[in-house]
Design a protein around this ligand. Structure first.
Ligand code: PAF
Length: 283
């Protein structure tokens, strides 16, 4: 695996790949890799002869008071994992490579609508930071395919929308959420949980499973189901930001008769904010 730390070296390394016309699959990450990321890379490996992964902790997607400065970094272990997974190139840019004029003075990419609901309501600048950095990384790597996890379902839809709106020639592929044995979705932020918090963290997924079961068995009062789920989380010790049942395709509030839905939730345990989501399919 080649480890490349600046944009010029990346251009040189990928020039041959693009000239040969080899399909390139890209997995952007912020590092601190876990089994969920490994699944993204395995998927990329299974669909393209060239796999590029990036590790870049993007300042633009963290709000004031969030964990940008303390975001967990495990570079040596990440490198080993990516090498074991047969990644061709690991791109490790610095902030100056991605934001040559500084992250406060940069052209930005905004995906209206999806950037402002659910996660966007609670983290108002987050998605503009995500779409901006992913657009820049796509410009540098020029992938044919990019792989994202369903764990960040709203992010996945937002990137799909960006690619469609800006006519970017990139196919976006989704990989199912990887979970711990008790159902907790894998996330770099799980390492922030204390032992007692970790013991209740899987309640988030259990609550979403209850929502799925109720709706799939015919309950049509989605607002009531979401309110009960929120209360269930609060009783387990979470402070919930939201629980919501939305149309899976675009996260709009579902119209009656809509069959493919997604339940999404965000909740805090102490200072750790967890998000999760689940598919709901009404037959
Ligand atoms: O999902 C992530 O890890 C990040 O939001 C991403 C897509 C790498 C952009 O910084």
């Amino acid at each position: 695996m080649d480890v490349i730390r600046n944009t010029e070296a990346l251009r040189q390394r990928l020039h041959r790949v693009h000239n040969r016309g080899d399909r390139l699959a890209f997995v952007p990450t912020m590092g601190n890799l876990h089994a969920g990321h490994a699944q993204l890379v395995r998927h990329a490996r299974s669909i393209a002869p060239v796999v590029v992964a990036s590790i870049f902790v993007n300042p633009l997607q963290f709000g004031d008071g969030e964990d940008y400065a303390s975001y967990p970094s495990t570079l040596e272990a990440d490198r080993e994992l990516l090498d074991d997974l047969d990644t061709d190139v690991l791109f490790l840019p610095g902030v100056e490579d991605i934001y040559p004029g500084g992250s406060e003075h940069t052209a930005t990419v905004v995906v209206p609508g999806l950037n402002a609901i659910l996660e966007g309501e609670h983290r108002p600048t987050h998605f503009d930071g995500v779409s901006t950095v992913v657009a820049k990384l796509f410009g540098l790597v020029q992938p044919d395919i990019a792989v994202f996890g369903e764990k960040d379902y709203q992010q996945l839809l937002l990137i799909r929308q960006m690619v469609a709106d800006l006519c970017m020639p990139v196919d976006i592929e989704a990989v199912a959420t990887v979970r711990e044995a008790d159902g907790l979705a894998m996330s770099s932020r799980n390492s922030y949980l204390g032992a007692n918090e970790r013991a209740v963290a899987a309640q988030l997924y259990q609550t979403l499973l209850d929502v799925k079961m109720l709706v799939e068995s015919g309950e049509a009062d989605y607002t009531g189901v979401a309110a009960a789920a929120r209360q269930q989380l609060e009783e387990a010790g979470f402070v919930a930001d939201y629980v919501s049942i939305r149309r899976a395709a675009d996260l709009a509030v579902p119209a009656p008769g809509e069959r493919v839905l997604r339940a999404l939730a965000a909740a805090r345990l102490g200072t750790t904010r967890l998000i999760d989501n689940i598919e709901i399919s009404i037959s």
